[in-house]
Design a protein around this ligand. Structure first.
Ligand code: HEM
Length: 418
C-alpha cells in the first residue's frame, strides 16, 4: 500500500487489474477511460512492477524538463544486472541513441545534427511530400476503384513517412519495406512490458538495423554529397579524431532518426483519418475549411498521441507531489493521460479541432522531438489531399490496434467511398 498525493492509499494489486485492462484489446482501442480512472486515484501512482506512473500534465511536463530526471542510459541499464530486458541487445542499442543519452553526451550529439528541420529544409522537402501524397492517393484511388475498399494504414499511412525520410536521407526505395519491418520490431524494445517473444523480435530487428545502417554510413563515406547524412559525416570527422567512434555514433544517430520517424508518423496519419471519421460534423466543416488542417492535426496529436508514454529515472532521492522517489527509480510519464488532464484542457475528452492549448505529444525538454515540424508537414499535406480528393471517404470497420502501451500502432484501417 502506498500513500498518494491525494492522501488516498493505492494498493499495487488494484493497479495490476487496471494495467491488465490497459493491455487488453478493449484497452488498446480506447485507453482513455482507464487513464481517467487512474488519474482519479492520484497524480503519482505506484506501478505494479516498481516505479511510478505520472498522470497529470503539470508533473509530466515538469519531469520532462527537469535535470533531476534522466533517461535510462547505458550506466543505468548496466546497474540493472544481466538476463533482463535492459541487458537485451535491442535495449543496449537504444542506450547509444539520442533517446538513451544524457548530458553531456546527449548535448554533443544533438548539437552535431544542427537545426535539422529548419525553414529551408522544410521548404525544400515540401514539393517532394506534396508529390508523394498525390502518388499515394492515386494508389488509394486505384485500389478503391478495383476493390471498393482499401486498407488506408498499409497503403498510405505506413508509406508516406518512409518515402519522406528515405528521400531526405537518400535511402533507396527498394529498402523502404525492410526499414518499416525493422522499425516495427525494434519498437517492442521501447514497450512498457515487452513479452519474451516481443523482445526476441526487437533483438532480431536491432541486429538488422545495425547491419543496414553501418553499411549506409560506410557507403555514404565513399560518395559524400550534399545530403543530411553526408553533412553529419563531415561534422563528426571534425568532432571526433577516432574514425571508428565517429562511424559508430553516426550509425546510431541516423538509425534512430529513421526509426523515430516511421512508426510515430504512420500512427498520426491513420489516427487522423479514424478520429475525423468518428467526428463527422468536424470532418464536414474541414471540407469547407482546408486551411484549418494544421489545427486538426494538432488536435489528433493531443487527443491520441502516437507515443502514449515515455520513462525517466531519478538522478537523486526526490519527492514528486508528496510521493518519495529514490535515486535510480523510474517514473513513467503518461503523455496521453496528461493530454487529457482536465486541469490543463477544457473538456479534455472532447475531440475539438478548434482548440489551441499546447500538448505533450512531441515530449518536452532536452529530448523534445527533432522531427515534429516534418511530421506536421506530412500530416497537413495528406489531410489537405484527402479533403480535396476523397470528400466521401469513410472508415468501414474500426481499426485494429497492435497490443502495445507505449507506441500506438494501427495495424489496419479499412476505408471506402460512401
Ligand atoms: C507524429 C510523429 C512523431 C511523434 C508523435 C514523435 C514523438 C516524439 C516524442 C514524444 C519524443 C520524446 C521522447 C522522450 O522524451 O523520451 C520524440 C523524440 C524524438 N523524435 Fe519524434 N516523434 C514524431 C516524429 C518524428 C520524426 C518525423 C522524426 C525524425 C525525422 C523524429 C525524431 C525524433 C528523435 C531523433 C527523437 C529523440 C530526440 C532526443 O532524444 O534528443 N520524430 N519524438
Amino acid at each position: 500500500m502506498e500513500p498518494t498525493a491525494a492522501g488516498t492509499i493505492v494498493d499495487r494489486r488494484s493497479m495490476v487489474s487496471l494495467m491488465s485492462r490497459l493491455r487488453a484489446s478493449r484497452g488498446q482501442a480506447d485507453p482513455y477511460p482507464i487513464y481517467a480512472e487512474l488519474r482519479s486515484m492520484g497524480d503519482v501512482l505506484p506501478a505494479p512492477w516498481g516505479g511510478h506512473l505520472l498522470l497529470s500534465h503539470e508533473l509530466c511536463d515538469q519531469v520532462l524538463r527537469s535535470r533531476t530526471w534522466a533517461t535510462f542510459d547505458a550506466e543505468w541499464r548496466a546497474r540493472q544486472g544481466e538476463g533482463n530486458r535492459w541487458s537485451a541487445p535491442a535495449s543496449r542499442q537504444l542506450s547509444k541513441t539520442l533517446q538513451g543519452l544524457n548530458p553531456p553526451h546527449h548535448t554533443r550529439q544533438r548539437r552535431s545534427l544542427g537545426n535539422v528541420f529548419d525553414r529551408n529544409t522544410l521548404t525544400g522537402l515540401q514539393p517532394f511530400v506534396a508529390q508523394a501524397v498525390e502518388d499515394l492517393l492515386d494508389r488509394l484511388s486505384g485500389q478503391l476503384r478495383t476493390n471498393g475498399e482499401a486498407d488506408f494504414s498499409a497503403l498510405v499511412g505506413e508509406d508516406l513517412p518512409v518515402a519522406t525520410i528515405g528521400h531526405w536521407l537518400k535511402l533507396p526505395q527498394a529498402d523502404h519495406a525492410l526499414l518499416r519491418e525493422l522499425t516495427h520490431g525494434q519498437a517492442y524494445a521501447q514497450e512498457l512490458l515487452p513479452s519474451a517473444s516481443q523482445l526476441a523480435q526487437a533483438n532480431a530487428a536491432a541486429e538488422g538495423l545495425r547491419e543496414y545502417f553501418t553499411a549506409v554510413v560506410a557507403e555514404r563515406r565513399r560518395s559524400l554529397g550534399d545530403d543530411a547524412l553526408s553533412n553529419w559525416i563531415r561534422t563528426w570527422d571534425e568532432l571526433e579524431p577516432d574514425r571508428e567512434v565517429a562511424d559508430e555514433t553516426l550509425y546510431h544517430l541516423v538509425m534512430f532518426i529513421v526509426i523515430a520517424s516511421l512508426e510515430t508518423t504512420s500512427t498520426l496519419l491513420s489516427n487522423m483519418v479514424w478520429l475525423l471519421d468518428q467526428h463527422p460534423r468536424q470532418r464536414a466543416w474541414l471540407l469547407d475549411h482546408p486551411e484549418a488542417a494544421p489545427n486538426a492535426v494538432e488536435e489528433v496529436l493531443r487527443y491520441d498521441p502516437p507515443i502514449h508514454l515515455t520513462t525517466r529515472v531519478a538522478t537523486e532521492d526526490t519527492v514528486l507531489s508528496g510521493v518519495r522517489i529514490a535515486r535510480d527509480e523510474v517514473v513513467h510519464v503518461m503523455i496521453a493521460a496528461a493530454n487529457h488532464d482536465p486541469d490543463q484542457f477544457v473538456d479534455p475528452d472532447t475531440f475539438d479541432i478548434g482548440r489551441t492549448a499546447a500538448h505533450l505529444g512531441f515530449g518536452g525538454g532536452i529530448h523534445y522531438c527533432i522531427g515534429a515540424a516534418l511530421a506536421r508537414v506530412e500530416a497537413t499535406e495528406l489531410l489537405q489531399g484527402l479533403i480535396r480528393r476523397f470528400p466521401t471517404l469513410r472508415v468501414t470497420t474500426p481499426p485494429l490496434w497492435e497490443p502495445r502501451m507505449a507506441f500506438r500502432r494501427l495495424t489496419a484501417l479499412h476505408v471506402a467511398e460512401r
